[in-house]
Ligand binder design. Structure first.
Ligand code: 2RA
Length: 394
């Protein structure tokens, strides 16, 4: 069987990176059997790489994927690893299963994995808004992990890089309203989209017409205000994830928050323009101090030297970068801030956070479900008013 894909050229660890964004593993404790479901995908392969980089104490590693990929191999850091088929019995003896194979696979297989004693950290949207399942960013609400029912949801990438920054403002001055516009890389869609952007750039250079299969329009030299399906309320599902996931993670079920999500021709790292109305006044200087104090957040804000976060610089890093912090002049009384947030969507936006959560579970003795430990089950904060929950139109 042929190997799947090549090395991770887009989001490989480009340079040394401090473990600033989560709990460090305790190497004195026992090892765990870990499964990665979706091991041939861009995020799955990044998960394997980060388990290795962070020296997560993996006693046994089971790489799983659909029957189509079973028997093939992946090449990670020079090692060749074989893929098994993701079926219920593959989870026998697994302690932690990292899922990144889409919502349908998670809906079907996560309960089967839990029934066999595994704890699932799921990177799909399948369980994120289930009120019994914690949705966790390591720096923001790790305590929510304590009551997990065997499934833990990893937030969407566009939420992941925003919640730690909003947390800093929530805790210091309160949040009144948030408006975020995203500029998202094609690796958020997957390997096919990376190949499509490359193909369209090559076609352009050769004077040929672009071929678009993954997206409804050419992505090269374009900006597409459509990520995921449209909902009846006019938002896309990606935009609605930003709304609902931030509310759940920040324990602010009534937070006023809106989003426009845009796909741009960048390979790795999502960028976000954020406008926040705060309860109390705040200066940009104070905001920079608050952001810099959040573990895993780095302030890069030197406009005179053209210093601000860049997608190309964030790719391969685990931190969340914040810059262009300034007063939002449309809001009175110094209660408005505008800023720019950039992070690697494959790493902190997906794989790194999932493994940070596994580290916290292990550190705190929470790998088994709350029921197995006799802990109080997790229950999400509920909105005072019923939250609109539109269904997808497609
Ligand atoms: C995207 N947010 O970028 C998705 C990936 N989870 O399309």
């Amino acid at each position: 069987m042929p190997a799947v894909g090549g090395p991770l050229v887009y989001s490989g660890r480009a340079r040394p990176c401090d473990r600033t964004s989560g709990a460090a593993p305790d190497m004195n404790r026992h090892t765990l059997t870990v499964a990665v479901v979706g091991a041939t995908g861009v995020v799955g392969r990044t998960m394997i790489q980060i388990l290795n980089e962070r020296e997560f104490p993996v006693g046994g590693l089971r790489l799983l994927a659909s029957g189509r990929s079973a028997g093939r191999t992946v090449s990670i850091d020079g090692r060749t690893l074989e893929i098994g088929e993701a079926v219920p019995d593959a989870f026998e003896g697994v302690d932690i299963a990292l899922f990144s194979a889409g919502a349908d696979v998670s809906m079907e297989l996560a309960p089967a994995a839990v029934a066999r004693g595994a704890t699932v950290i799921d990177n799909s949207s399948a369980w994120r808004m289930d009120p019994t399942v914690p949705l966790v960013v390591s720096q923001v609400n790790a305590n929510d992990l304590e009551g997990h029912p065997g499934i833990i949801a990893n937030p969407n990438c566009s939420t992941m890089q925003l919640a730690p920054v909003l947390m800093a403002l929530r805790d210091a001055v309160g949040l009144e309203r948030v408006v975020v516009d995203t500029y998202q890389s094609v690796s958020g869609t997957g390997a096919d989209a990376i190949a499509e952007l490359e193909g369209q750039i090559r076609a352009h250079a050769a004077g040929q017409a672009p071929v678009a299969n993954v997206y409804p329009h050419p992505i090269a030299f374009n900006a597409l205000p459509e990520i995921d399906v449209f909902l009846p309320n006019g938002y896309t599902k990606e935009e609605w994830k930003v709304v609902t996931e931030n509310r759940k993670i920040l324990h602010l079920p009534d937070l006023r928050i809106s989003c426009t999500a845009v796909r741009i021709p960048v390979f790795v790292s999502h960028s976000e323009a954020v406008h926040v109305e705060t309860r109390e006044p705040i200066t940009p200087e104070r905001a920079r101090e608050l952001f810099a104090a959040v573990p895993g957040v780095v302030v890069q804000d030197d406009p005179a030297a053209h210093g601000y976060p860049l997608a190309t610089e964030a790719a391969g890093r685990d931190e969340i970068f914040v810059g262009r912090v300034r007063r939002d002049v449309s809001i009175a009384d110094d209660r408005g801030l505008a800023f720019w947030v950039v992070s690697d969507n494959l790493r902190k936006g997906a794989a790194t956070n999932a493994i940070e959560l596994a580290e916290v579970l292990r550190e705190r003795g929470w790998v088994a479900s709350a029921a197995a430990r006799g802990a109080r089950p997790f229950a999400a904060f509920q909105a005072a008013a019923a939250t609109e929950a539109p269904e997808a139109t497609a």
